[in-house]
Write a protein that binds this ligand. Sequence first.
Ligand SMILES: [Zn+2]
Length: 485
Amino acid sequence: MANGDGYEITRRSALAATLALTGCATSAGSTRPRTDIAPLDAGAPGRRYVLRGGAVMSMDAGVGDFARADVLVEGERIVAVGADLDAGDAVVVDCTGCVVMPGFVDTHHHSFETPLRAILADGLLRDGEPNYVGEIIQRFSPLYTPDDVRLAVFASAVSQLDAGVTTVVDISQIHNSPEHTDACVAGFAAAGQRVVMAYNPPTPDALLAELGRLRAGAFASRDQLLTLALHTGIGVEDARARWTQVRDLGVPIVSHVVGGAFGPSDGVATLARAGLAGPDNAYIHCTNISEDSWRAIADTGGHVSIACPIEMTMRHGMPPIQAALDHGLEPSLSSDVECTMAADPFTQMRAAFTLQRALVNERALAGEESLPALLTCRDVVRFATLQGARDAHLDDRIGAIAPGKTADLVVLRADALNVAPLNNVPGAVVTLMDRSNVDSVIVAGRFKKFRGGLLDVDLGRLLADLERSRDALFARAGKTHDVFA
Ligand SMILES: [Zn+2]
């Protein structure tokens, strides 16, 4: 199909490719169409399919879990969940041997850094050379062309979809010009990931000019995959000047909060005292923040996103999972930057799970008696799905499997060599699985990945273009590309 981006291939060739990979099983003896190819026109109004026979982990208290059940989708929405559903003439997608669950939500990712993957694998946030601030923010970011941005965020979105991340809060601090912003929008739109694009004003005056343009254009409706947020710092003057412009429009605000290294530990408390902190604020990292700031986040209904692997490796400070929980705040999980760490949900979940338990276990071994609860696998799945949806302000539509919710779903292979036999669904997802288990990925009812293969993407061309973009960025930076540097 044509989409102006050039990376989608025709539906016919996508189906042919899928058929070539999987073979075509037909439904002998059944009156219902059964498919081993992605249901045609899935997500379109009135089109129905049923995910049949998987272990369904709904993350919805009213729906619960099923060792074996069906999820019926019509158009973009889930219409029924249960065992042995009468799905009428809906196309049957066999999910035997699989876990069916809500798509993963990454609440903080800098998608524009895809061409710079692993260039700071050993790097720190601001200490040493090269460091993140100097290399990414100061050296490379100003060198991006709009086309680099479009390509980078498209590649990021496709890669995250492949890994089961159906929603991302993108903090692409790459809105160097309106053309860069438009390229960001175009890249995400072509990929079909659900994206909260956190606009990062390059100058104090840019917000006012761009907000009106974006709200009238690419973000005219909230009922679409792309929605708008604002990314700024948490200085009181900044907040007074900029936040009031977006709050009345229902645009949420997301901010990095790194106490000690990048700002005062009391920053959120100061905001709250000025009456500027609210439930539309999400705070990223929250490392080394004061007790008053934690109370301020909790008291004002704020949200917390924690990027465990990045915070541990890049010297942001200890990921504050326990501090958040101690203040009644469930964190969501975020990948942050692929210049330093992978952006798949399994990496985030395992890091959060093992870190919180390691810290509590040390306290237990030291003889402490009054201990917080150890995180369970189910807790961590919730952080990565439902809580992510809450922190992205999208939980009215995604984050759980329930009738009426939008069908943002993943199907994970539990009959694979690294997982079988399936003995514990949340345990298998958190402690055993990786992106190789992501069988199928659905966004707004539409299959983006089916039976292990991405749909509608010319991967060969994408990867070649990504390499060319990387080469051009390095050339503009005056750097020699050396894969062992
Ligand atoms: Zn970040």
